[in-house]
Design a protein around this ligand. Structure first.
Ligand SMILES: [Zn+2]
Ligand SMILES: [Zn+2]
Ligand SMILES: [Zn+2]
Ligand SMILES: [Zn+2]
Ligand SMILES: [Zn+2]
Length: 324
């Protein structure tokens, strides 16, 4: 195939809205990544030797990264050389360069590790979704003027020392409310030296006033405490007197109660003794009656035997007399 006039081709490509060569920023090389499975050697770009990104195929059948091909053709165009394949040096018609989506898909399904220090593993195609969230990926300092790139999980640490972070003056406790950037601290402290001194003096005199107020309030408190102690002692004395009085009253009440009980018991005993005596007398009389009845029984029995009515009469009169 006859080689195309490179400058014509380059010009014609450049005039197209989606110029293949495009601008410099799109000239990306292949994926610089560690795979965790074996990958076909054909998937590596013959120019950058990395896994191909946006695979492009030339008429000769060779494939390479879109970015690498753009760079290669641009360099040839700049030198005024004809376009040729970097593998077999066969002429290249840039209008016949085609994409190979199925190879792209195979490459993107390769198993890879995260580019940074983290543990992430997965499809190459998912890596670009992981990177913006990867704790170890570099990110720009949020302070626009800084332009430093910091590991994502160290941003907070960086912001504390970033010279473009807004900081408060170290005399803020004395009343300086001026906010400054990290790099302006020294200048601020020099420029506002007098102002800071004034703030410190004002704060000290305020402190002295509140100190004397505190002293007087302390004295008041001490007086109050002394008064409370006195009141307490007086109350304890009163309490002691009341207790003594109460004990004495209790004692006399107990004594009185005991004496009353003793009197009642004595009377009861005497009453009981008298009743007992009465019972004894009655018992004695009853015993005598029983004896008389027994005697009478024997006498009547004897007389019935003797059949002497006179003797019975006499004895009957004797008993009647004795009873009265
Ligand atoms: Zn490449
Ligand atoms: Zn070739
Ligand atoms: Zn990661
Ligand atoms: Zn910064
Ligand atoms: Zn200040």
């Amino acid at each position: 195939m006859a080689s195309l006039n490179q400058s014509d081709t380059y010009r014609s490509l450049d005039n197209q809205s989606n110029s293949f060569i495009g601008n410099q920023s799109e000239h990306l090389e292949g994926y610089d990544i560690d795979t965790i499975q074996e990958v076909q050697q054909d998937f590596y770009c013959p120019i950058c030797f990395k896994l191909m990104r946006n695979v492009k195929q030339m008429e000769c059948g060779h494939v390479l990264c879109e970015g690498c091909l753009q760079k290669h053709l641009k360099a040839l165009a700049e030198r005024g050389a004809d376009f040729f394949c970097p593998v077999d040096r066969k002429p290249v018609d840039s209008t016949k360069i085609v994409s190979v989506p199925f190879v792209d898909r195979l490459i993107l399904s390769s198993q890879v590790k995260c580019t940074y220090e983290c543990e992430w593993e997965g499809d190459l195609g998912n890596l670009q979704d992981h990177i913006p969230h990867c704790e170890f990926s570099p990110t720009d300092c949020p302070n626009g003027q800084c332009h430093e790139s910091i590991q994502r999980n160290k941003i907070d640490e960086h912001l504390k020392i970033c010279k473009y972070s807004v900081v408060v003056c170290k005399y803020q406790h004395y009343g300086c409310k001026i906010k400054i950037l990290g790099w302006e601290v020294t200048t601020h402290e020099k420029q506002f030296y007098e102002y800071h001194i004034d703030l410190i003096e004002a704060s000290h005199s305020l402190l002295q006033v509140s100190n004397s107020e505190f002293q007087s309030s302390l004295l008041e408190s001490q007086k109050l405490v002394t008064q409370i102690i006195d009141d307490n002692q007086r109350l304890q004395g009163k309490l002691k007197n009341i207790k003594t009085k109460h004990d004495a009253e209790l004692k006399s009440e107990k004594l009185k109660l005991k004496m009353e009980n003793d009197d009642k018991s004595g009377n009861l005993i005497i009453q009981h003794q008298e009743t007992m005596k009465e019972y004894e007398v009655r018992h004695k009389k009853s015993c005598e009656l029983n004896e008389n009845i027994i005697i009478a029984f024997f006498v009547i029995s004897f007389l019935m035997l003797c059949n002497k009515a006179f003797v019975v009469l006499v004895i009957g009169i004797f008993f009647l007399w004795k009873k009265t």
